[in-house]
Structures are given as structure tokens and as C-alpha cells.
Design a protein around this ligand. Structure first.
Ligand SMILES: [Zn+2]
Ligand SMILES: [Zn+2]
Length: 233
């Protein structure tokens, strides 16, 4: 108890630090220092609309994915990678706001723009329940919520993920992927054009499993928006 009070007092009086590099901030209203902001690895060139990698991506890793479209504003590197980690473990709302602002500002106009009411909604990729319990914070949901506030698109947390990841230990990768696909399910009505939201697009296997669940529940077109995209493996 006493140590918690001390920790809170230290946090109160310590100068606010950059969420990416931890140097003290001159302007405590900004979660990220000017150097990290300048060094953010924006994906500025032409991107493959299917997989989000710099074009040309052939062979496209998303050619057979259940999502039609994937996009991220940042490469998963440098300060962008540090911000993803900070969001995962720190859970600052100011950080989710900043990251969603960067996503909304750079997104192609037809991805997060106006749609006929009731057709599109932001759907957070569900975290593994054990992870959410452990951290008490779901970064995909925080990003989706901040993005909904910013774009006016509705938030629809219609997917959930079962547990039992420990049973996957020792299984082959394809068996794990099949299990992952089954483990994500729609738990409520699904919009016709869902936009999946997550922090990082790595292999695309989780986005594919989530998109499959949305299609099984009746979605006709699925897009995926993440803060960062890893380079091709
Ligand atoms: Zn910094
Ligand atoms: Zn591609």
C-alpha cells in the first residue's frame, strides 16, 4: 500500500516523458517528443491495397486473405514500434488519441470516410482473454474507440476470442493458424462493411482469422486498418 502511494507521488512529480524514448518532455501536453515525431517511419510511397506493404509486393501475402484491403500509416520500426509497445503496456489514452489521429490523417479518403449509415463500422481485433485480464487494457479496442471518436464511424466490438492458447504449444504453424481461425467468433450483429482495427499487422494471420469470422457472420467486404505494418518476413 505504502509503496503504491510512493509510486503515485513519484509519477505525479516526475517530469512527463516521451512515450517512445522516455526523454523528459518540454511540452507535457504532447505524449511524444519532437525528435521521435520527426523520426516516425511514415509509409509514404505507393502501397499494395490488399496487404499494405510498399508496392509492388508480388507475390502478395494477402492474395488469399479473407480481408479485401489492408492499410497502415507506419512501418513497424523506430518510434512507431516504441509507441505500439507503450500503448500495450502503458495504456495511456493520450497515446491512443495521438496514434488514431495519425491513422485518420493519412488514411485513403475512401477507407475511413463517410459511408451510408449502417454499412461500415470499426471492429477491434479481439485480444486473447488472458492477455486482456493480465494487463486490464485492450490496445486494439482503445485504438478503435479513439478512431471512432475522430472519424464519426461507429464502434462495433462484435468479435470475441476464446482461450486455450496453451493447447497450441507444440503444434505446427498451420495447425495453430487453423485453431486461431476457429478461436475468433462473431458474438453480435456484424455490419456489411466492417473495418478491423489492430495495433500491428504482422503476418496477417490474426486479421485473416478475424475477417473469416466476420464473413461467416455475413460481412460482404472486410477492410483492416492498423497503426503499423511489419516489412515482409
Ligand atoms: Zn522521444
Ligand atoms: Zn500485396
Amino acid at each position: 500500500m505504502r509503496s503504491r502511494v510512493v509510486a503515485e507521488l513519484v509519477a505525479l512529480f516526475a517530469p512527463p516523458a516521451c512515450a517512445a524514448c522516455r526523454t523528459p518532455l518540454d511540452d507535457p501536453r504532447e505524449p511524444v517528443c519532437p525528435t521521435c515525431r520527426r523520426d516516425l517511419p511514415w509509409l509514404r510511397g505507393a502501397l499494395c491495397p490488399r496487404c499494405g506493404l510498399p508496392a509492388p509486393c508480388a507475390p502478395c501475402p494477402a492474395a488469399r486473405a479473407a480481408f479485401d484491403r489492408a492499410w497502415a500509416p507506419m512501418a513497424y520500426a523506430g518510434p512507431a514500434r516504441a509507441l505500439v509497445t507503450a500503448l500495450k503496456f502503458g495504456g495511456a489514452l493520450a497515446l491512443a488519441n495521438l496514434m488514431s489521429a495519425q491513422m485518420a490523417a493519412a488514411a485513403p479518403a475512401d477507407l475511413l470516410g463517410d459511408r451510408p449509415a449502417g454499412t461500415a463500422a470499426l471492429v477491434p481485433v479481439p485480444a486473447h482473454p488472458a492477455h486482456t485480464r493480465h494487463r486490464g487494457f485492450d490496445q486494439a479496442e482503445q485504438l478503435a474507440r479513439a478512431l471512432a471518436n475522430r472519424t464519426g464511424l461507429p464502434l462495433n466490438a462484435c468479435l470475441s476470442r476464446g482461450g486455450h492458447d496453451e493447447r497450441q504449444l507444440g503444434k505446427t504453424r498451420s495447425a495453430r493458424l487453423r485453431h486461431g481461425a476457429r478461436a475468433i467468433q462473431a458474438t453480435g450483429p456484424v455490419p456489411p462493411h466492417p473495418i478491423l482495427v489492430d495495433d500491428v499487422h504482422t503476418t496477417g494471420a490474426t486479421l485473416d482469422a478475424a475477417a473469416q469470422a466476420l464473413r461467416r457472420a455475413g460481412a460482404s467486404r472486410v477492410a483492416a486498418v492498423t497503426y503499423a505494418r511489419t516489412p515482409r518476413h
